[in-house]
Design a protein around this ligand. Structure first.
Ligand SMILES: C=C1C[C@]23C[C@@]1(O)CC[C@H]2[C@@]12CCC[C@@](C)(C(=O)O1)[C@H]2[C@@H]3C(=O)O
Ligand SMILES: O=C(O)CCC(=O)C(=O)O
Ligand SMILES: [Fe+2]
Length: 357
């Protein structure tokens, strides 16, 4: 399992060390139509937003939202906190390192242990309050940074609740009546979440490097903010890797594995990865959203019937995260009910530095 390797000081590397050189498959594996397709952009103030979201969730598993109501200054603030964090000296950052069996803190991408090559990125995971870690990083001004994170998480939680209602609404499920754990106001107040700050330094050999390897999120949904450097790509079956360009003030919304289960496979959890850039660093902030710890997610009864058996068995988020930590890309198969699934993406095909076994 995960080996604890000291984090490199990326700024000191003038060449890509072999341990970071991935054997990328050439783009020519895919037809050239990959450039013609783009991830849907949905205006949340559009009266037809439910239908647009339903279509995007079924056909893409990812979309961008604009006019989502999150104040712009919050993005500036969370970006500034992230920048301050990642620009600290390595030794300072390591004071807030994620412990081997911990969830929160600074470190390599959690999925690193499944790959033979290293990823060109640093991450900081926040579950609950970041206060203890932030105090280590900034003994004198951690409170401001904690406030920024708190405010950002509150706004993300509101938006995630709205998106849940829209996504479920598109499947004929009303949060108030059909989802008990959404609460009486259908505001998903008991939901839980993690915030993942990702930093991708400029890289001397970006074509051979990998920022964050292809994966699906374990969430119900993920809300991703990216700064103005591109790098995010999503896999479109039969087409290839599609770039998701940063749009000022837009947020990227991913379907995660738990939503795939809840929708009884109507919505695919999208495989995505982050590439790196030769001259610009990149920053992304993922709000990983799931149910509270006691909730079991299973295919919704409204989406199950004699001709549509439940494809997955009930699972809590923690159980699923444990399964993902052990089996990574095979986690969904581990919670599959005993019905063969057609058309599932084999993530191995898209990750050729994946350790075998
Ligand atoms: C709640 C979580 C989802 C996550 C594992 C975690 O406990 C906190 C970090 C999350 C993250 C972010 C980067 C990609 C990812 C696959 C990873 O390695 O850590 C996700 C995890 C996930 O969605 O499974
Ligand atoms: O940096 C990105 O664009 C992707 C980040 C991501 O996939 C994640 O944090 O789960
Ligand atoms: Fe992700």
């Amino acid at each position: 399992m995960p080996s604890i390797r000291p984090h490199p000081d990326f700024t000191s590397l003038r060449e890509l060390p072999d341990s970071y050189a991935w054997n990328h498959q050439p783009d020519s594996d895919y037809p050239s139509s990959a450039d013609a397709e783009s991830v849907p952009i949905i205006d949340l103030t559009d009266p037809n937003a439910v239908q647009a979201i339903g279509h995007a969730c079924k056909t893409w598993g990812v979309f961008q939202v604009i006019n989502h109501g999150v104040p712009t200054h919050l993005f500036d603030m969370v970006e500034s906190t992230s920048r301050d964090l990642f620009s600290l000296p390595v030794n300072q950052k390591l004071k807030a390192a994620r412990s081997p069996d911990g969830i929160s803190g600074y470190g390599f991408a959690r999925i690193s242990s499944f790959f033979s090559k290293l990823m060109w990125s640093e991450g900081f995971t926040i579950v609950g309050s970041p206060q203890e870690h932030f105090r280590q990083l900034w003994p004198h001004n951690y409170i401001n940074h904690c406030d920024v994170i708190k405010e950002y998480k509150q706004e993300m939680k509101k938006l995630a609740g709205r998106l849940m209602c829209l996504m479920l609404g598109s499947l004929g499920i009303t949060a108030e009546q059909d989802i008990k754990w959404a609460g009486p106001k259908a505001d998903f107040n008991e939901a839980s979440a993690a915030l993942q700050l990702n930093y991708y330094p400029a890289c001397p050999d970006p074509d051979r490097a990998m920022g964050l390897a292809a994966h699906t999120d374990s969430t119900l949904l993920t809300i991703l903010y990216q700064n103005n450097t591109s790098g995010l790509q999503v896999l479109r079956e039969g087409v290839g890797w599609i770039k998701v360009p940063p749009i000022p003030d837009a947020l990227v919304i991913n379907i995660g594995d738990l939503m795939h289960i809840l929708s009884n496979a109507s919505f695919p959890s999208v495989l995505h990865r982050a590439m790196v850039n030769r001259t610009c660093h990149r920053l992304s902030i993922a709000y990983l959203y799931g149910p509270s710890s006691s909730v079991k997610i299973s295919p919704h009864p409204k989406l199950v019937g004699p001709s549509q058996p439940p494809l997955y068995r009930p699972v809590t988020w923690n159980e699923y995260l444990d399964t993902k930590a052990k089996h990574f890309n095979k986690a969904l198969s581990w919670v599959r009910a005993c019905v063969p699934l057609k058309g599932m993406v084999d993530v191995n095909e898209h990750n050729n530095s994946l350790k075998v076994g």
